[in-house]
Write a protein that binds this ligand. Structure first.
Ligand code: PMP
Length: 481
């Protein structure tokens, strides 16, 4: 007969029944309690362990479910097996779990890029981020020094974010973009990605359509698809999206556009097209989601005003971010739209993260209130323009006759289209072997293309040139086949 001279530790964080499960299985594994031996009655065990009977029952049930114990006819319990130790030490079937959530995995190419971007040694010719050397250390140091006096507390903030930031954004949107928006029309988000995420879960039904330029940045993400929406590509020409090709816009659909310095093609939608698109959207009651991540980064001349600036009927939701002009690590963006929309998004935002970083919001308030930001932007535009010119010269040198590309009027991107079909996947891996990390065009598109997104914002100009030379050699090999 088995004797029990042990008690669970009631002060331990481990649940008492788990301690009992472990005690019994250890005893069996050690050979102290052999197969076939009978355990004391549940009442006696409860007494011996100094616990409630229900705790013993829970432990017994678990041990029986593992096949370690079995009930016998007399209502007692016996040791059944000691070969389970392997089984018990197995973790849950995490694979099943991680495939069960509704959010889709990233595209494999993006997963690879996300991993490789943090490995040293690659020249990154597609990265959509400002180079570390463009980070304005002095300006940021000045702003950060002021923070101890500026920040009164770091508590949770209201639905729409830091009111002071809402106010400056409202002033800036009016003065810089001609967009009339009260602070009650502005939601501060953790980057504009969060704006997209909130819209995808708050405003659209499963099965609804989201029209976008083809290609588009949005296609490289799984945000809307994960929420059950269909992305639909609409071709674009040099003036922007050919909205008239949308024939079947159903109720509850949406049009997402990046009108200025489009990602990935660099296109700027003409003023005329913006007006027509707004008219089209108003006629069809098709809301427009205008993503203006790159609007401030123009080189020779200012782009036409945002579509939102002419929106008198509340048809446009506008999104801005500091990720491309300043630093993505601040995670600050904003959504501007009708009050009811912004309130709804803010309500869901409160349930998911309770607000964007207050430190970043205070910092941006301070920065946007000072003229320093405008001076910095002017310098940044000049620097980016030089980098663009350098990239264009390198493309001329290495890709003339092999590919076509745009001359971007701002933003980060050149859309390099090869004249012939080439196996982009192979080019990607050949380039990796040669120390060049690139963004294949396919991930932004609805059908196969033979393009690459080049960004002149990240790699140092000299290195970008070198990488483009390497890339041209690789592509040439496939041209000769
Ligand atoms: N929109 C566009 C067009 C972008 O290119 C990016 C970043 N690549 C984002 C939104 C997301 O930016 P963030 O969330 O950092 O504001």
């Amino acid at each position: 007969m088995i004797e029990i001279d042990w008690k669970p530790d009631k002060k331990s964080k481990e649940p008492i029944y788990r301690q009992i499960v472990k005690y019994i299985s250890d005893k069996i594994a050690a050979g102290d309690w052999i197969i076939g031996s009978r355990l004391p009655s549940q009442r006696d065990m409860a007494k011996a362990f100094g616990v409630n009977r229900s705790t013993v029952v829970t432990a017994m049930e678990e041990l029986i479910s593992y096949g370690i114990l079995e009930s016998d006819f007399g209502g007692g319990t016996r040791v059944k097996s000691n070969t389970w130790s392997l089984l018990m030490s197995q973790p849950p079937d995490w694979n099943k779990y991680i495939q069960s959530g509704p959010f889709r995995a990233n595209l494999p190419a993006i997963q690879a890029i996300n991993r490789l971007e943090y490995e040293p040694g690659f020249i990154r010719i597609g990265t959509g981020e400002l180079a570390p050397e463009l980070y304005p250390h002095k300006l940021m140091a000045k702003i950060f020094r002021r923070m101890p006096e500026v920040i009164p507390h770091l508590g949770y903030l209201g639905n729409l974010g830091l009111p002071e930031l809402g106010k400056v954004l409202s002033q800036r949107l009016a003065a810089d973009e001609g967009i009339k928006a009260d602070p009650s029309n502005i939601l501060v988000t953790s980057g504009s990605l969060q704006g997209l995420q909130l819209i995808s879960v708050c405003m659209l039904k499963r099965g609804s359509s989201v029209y976008t330029e083809a290609p588009t940045y949005l296609k490289s993400l799984q945000i809307f698809q994960s929420a059950g929406m269909n992305l639909r590509g609409v071709p674009l020409d040099e003036e922007g999206i050919k909205y008239w090709e949308i024939k079947d816009a159903s109720i509850n659909s949406l049009l997402y556009t990046i009108p200025t310095h489009h990602n990935p093609t660099g296109t700027v939608m003409s003023e005329e097209r913006r007006k027509e698109l707004l008219q089209f959207s108003q006629n069809r009651r098709l809301p427009v989601l205008e993503d203006d991540a790159y609007g401030k980064l123009w080189f020779e001349k200012r782009p036409p005003k945002a579509i939102k600036a002419s929106d008198t009927t509340g048809s446009v939701i506008y999104m801005g971010t500091v990720s491309k002009t300043m630093a993505p690590g601040l995670r600050i963006g904003w959504v501007v739209g009708p009050e009811a929309v912004v309130q709804r998004l803010g309500d869901v935002k409160m349930q998911t993260d309770y607000g964007a970083s207050s430190v970043s919001q205070w910092m941006m308030t301070e920065l946007l209130s000072s003229g320093d930001y405008d001076i910095y932007l002017e310098e940044l535009r000049r620097e980016l323009k030089d980098r663009r010119d350098n990239a264009l010269a390198a493309l001329d040198k290495y890709f003339k006759g092999m590919a076509e590309w745009n001359k971007p009027a701002g933003g980060f991107y050149i859309w390099l289209r090869f004249n012939r079909k080439i196996p982009i996947d192979k080019v990607f891996s050949d380039a990796l072997k040669a120390g060049v990390l690139l963004n294949p065009g396919n991930m932004y598109d609805y059908s196969e293309n033979h393009a690459i997104r080049i960004s002149y914002a990240y790699a140092k100009p000299q290195e970008l040139n070198r990488a483009l030379g390497i890339l041209a050699n690789i592509v040439e090999k496939y041209y000769q086949r």
